[in-house]
Write a protein that binds this ligand. Sequence first.
Ligand SMILES: [Zn+2]
Length: 240
Amino acid sequence: MMTLATTEVEKAALRRLSQLAVNGPLTGTTAWRCFSSPVARYRYDENQPPVVFNANELAALKSLKKLVVDHLEFKARRACAYCKRPVGHYGYGWHIEHVYPKASYPERTFALGNLTIGCTDCNQWKAARVDRGTLTGGLTIIDPVANGFRYGDHINLVHLATEEICFVKYRPTSETGRATYNKLQFADIERSTIIDSVNDDLAALHRRMNDALANVQASDSESELGALLCTLRSRIYRLG
Ligand SMILES: [Zn+2]
């Protein structure tokens, strides 16, 4: 991310956060929270003194976040790096996605090459089913930011839409493609896409659940409530 920093204050604030993540007292997760929603006095632990930012640093972190978001949206063409569905204003809710999770790899928390775009669904399933195992087992799903990575080498995606119906099908063609399909629950995406396209009531409910999920994840990306919402939605579509 240092390459995106344009001012000395931005560079210094970023350097400071990186050091706090790697050397403590912050973790990758809490340092990222500091960056994402910067406040003057950040209490990461009620028994410890807060991490303090002055007005210049706060402004620098906010402007740098906007640069990072713009950069990732452009690079990922406003699509989730895993399921390829559109995100943003006319698409699904999304988060900045750490391919190697910040909780296990604090030194990669602010590495631009480790960042991409993940929709709320993929983000939630990856946090629950992939991230915790990466330290011992490595990344078991596709690595969309790896050098030379091509989505089509791992997953073939067919998307058909008419005025009446919308159909999406993922066909994994590699081992990591198959793991991505299973762990990130792509079967649910296939099912919900076709059901939503023919059932307006269910589509409206789905949109509301997506909004709720985006809000839950904004407050805590690994919350129990987020996992619960995802599972509930998954069950509804299996019944539908
Ligand atoms: Zn996705």
